[in-house]
Design a protein around this ligand. Structure first.
Ligand SMILES: [Zn+2]
Length: 193
């Protein structure tokens, strides 16, 4: 299938930036991958982890790799130790790779963030320590929902009251009493220092 104009243009731009080793791998049927990614290059996704029963932060980055002489769009995931591991891959410039890249795009990350800020606003908890400098986490959540997610002031969800007896609040109260919750939070803080 011939490349469209925009695919061909993107290919020329991408390929121009490939180092000599990558070009050699393409020519000789070899392998090449870039290894010097840093966490701040990644696109942050926040999602509910049903095992840990809390939100977790994951960074993804899209890059190019040569595998067996073919060029691939590859999505890498940053693990807790800051190492990048291959998460998903598709042949470069194909509809499959376009769909894959869309799954890890900024747009795809937004619903997770909206859910997260609703959680922060309603519970007063910021489990991934997204709010820095000891600001009021609920105020930051409120601002983000209105400014970044188009939620009208009148539609902002109400915080759970202090004496709320819903399942989530019971869960949070139990977690805070548990030792592992402290350890979990220490882990998150260490990741961010
Ligand atoms: Zn509640």
């Amino acid at each position: 299938m011939p490349l469209t104009y925009s695919q061909a243009k993107a290919a020329i731009i991408d390929l121009r930036w490939l180092p000599d080793e990558a070009r050699a791998a393409l020519r000789d049927g070899g392998d090449w991958e870039k290894t010097d990614h840093t966490a701040d290059m990644g696109n942050p996704f926040v999602s509910w982890d049903s095992d840990k029963r809390t939100y977790v932060l994951t960074h993804y980055i899209a890059t190019l790799e040569v595998r067996g002489g073919d060029l691939y769009d590859v999505v890498l995931e940053c693990d807790a130790d800051g190492n990048w591991d291959s998460q998903d891959a598709a042949r470069y410039g194909t509809p499959e790779s376009a769909a894959m890249l869309a799954d890890y795009s900024y747009e795809a990350s937004r619903p997770g963030w909206k859910d997260y800020w609703v959680y922060v606003l309603t519970t007063g908890k910021d489990p991934i320590n997204e709010v820095m400098y000891r600001r009021d986490v609920r105020q930051v959540a409120r601002e983000s929902l209105v400014r970044d997610h188009g939620v009208a002031e009148a539609d902002l969800p109400a915080p759970h009251p202090d004496d709320c007896d819903c399942e989530l609040c019971a869960d949070l109260a139990r977690d805070e009493a548990a030792e592992w919750y402290d350890e979990l939070n220490r882990g998150y803080l260490q990741d961010r220092i």
